[in-house]
Design a protein around this ligand. Structure first.
Ligand code: 5GP
Length: 192
C-alpha cells in the first residue's frame, strides 16, 4: 500500500535492525485518515470471505481493526491482555509468551461476543515472530469460530511470523512488507 509505505518512509524510525517505531501515526499518536484508508484496503481484500467479526489485540490494533470492521459492516472484538490468572468460565483464555520481550500475558475474550457461527478476520499492527497472532488464532479456535485470515499493517518479512502462520494454512495479507531495517534504512519487499 503506497500511502502507508510513503508514511513509513517519512515518519517511521528504524531504531535498530529489528525494531521500527511508528509512534507518530500508529502506536501513540494516530493518523485517522491513514487508518481509514488502511481499513478500506483490508476490507476490499477480504470482502468476499464471509467475515462476521473483526478481532484485534489491544491496543495498537484497535484503530485499523475498527475502520476495517466499519467498512465491512460487522462488529469488532478486542482480545484483552490481562496479567491475572483468574479462571472464569465465561472467558476464553490463552497465554501468549513474547520471546522478544521476555514477558507473558493472558489474552482473553468473553464467550458473549463469539460463537461457532463466527468467521473471524484478525487484524494487528505488526507481525514479527507471530506470537501475538498465533495466540489470537488459538483463542478464536477455542471459541470454535473459524478464521478468515490475518490482516497486518506492517510485516517485518525478515522475521519468522509470516512463515509460521502460512504453514498453518492461514492467509496473511500485509499492507507493508519490510525486507530490511537498520538505523536510517527501511527497505520494502517490492523494491527489487
Ligand atoms: P510478534 O508476536 O509477531 O513477535 O510481535 C507482534 C507484536 O509486537 C505487535 O502486536 C507489536 O505490538 C509488537 N511489535 C513487534 N515488532 C515491533 C516493531 O518493530 N515495532 C513496534 N512498534 N511494535 C512491534
Amino acid at each position: 500500500m503506497k500511502l502507508l509505505e510513503d508514511k513509513i518512509r517519512t515518519d517511521g524510525v528504524a531504531v535498530n535492525e529489528n525494531i521500527l517505531k511508528v509512534d507518530s501515526f500508529i502506536n501513540h499518536q494516530v493518523d485517522p485518515s491513514l487508518m481509514l484508508a488502511i481499513g478500506e484496503e483490508f476490507a476490499a481484500h477480504f470482502k468476499n470471505h464471509g467475515i462476521t467479526k473483526v478481532a484485534t489485540i489491544e491496543s495498537s490494533g484497535i484503530a485499523p481493526a475498527l475502520t476495517c470492521a466499519m467498512t465491512l459492516g460487522v462488529p469488532m472484538i478486542i482480545l484483552k491482555k490481562q496479567p491475572s490468572k483468574t479462571l472464569n468460565s465465561d472467558l476464553y483464555q490463552t497465554i501468549v509468551t513474547s520471546y522478544t520481550k521476555g514477558t507473558s500475558y493472558e489474552l482473553t475474550l468473553s464467550s458473549k461476543y463469539i460463537s461457532s457461527d463466527d468467521h473471524v478476520l484478525i487484524i494487528d499492527d505488526f507481525l514479527a515472530n507471530g506470537e501475538a497472532a498465533t495466540g489470537a488464532l488459538r483463542l478464536i479456535r477455542k471459541a470454535h469460530a473459524t478464521i478468515a485470515g490475518i490482516g497486518i499493517v506492517i510485516e517485518k518479512s525478515f522475521q519468522p511470523g509470516r512463515e509460521k502462520l502460512i504453514s498453518q494454512g492461514i492467509e496473511v495479507f500485509s499492507l507493508a512488507r519490510i525486507k530490511k531495517l537498520d538505523v536510517g534504512t527501511i527497505e520494502f519487499m517490492d523494491e527489487e
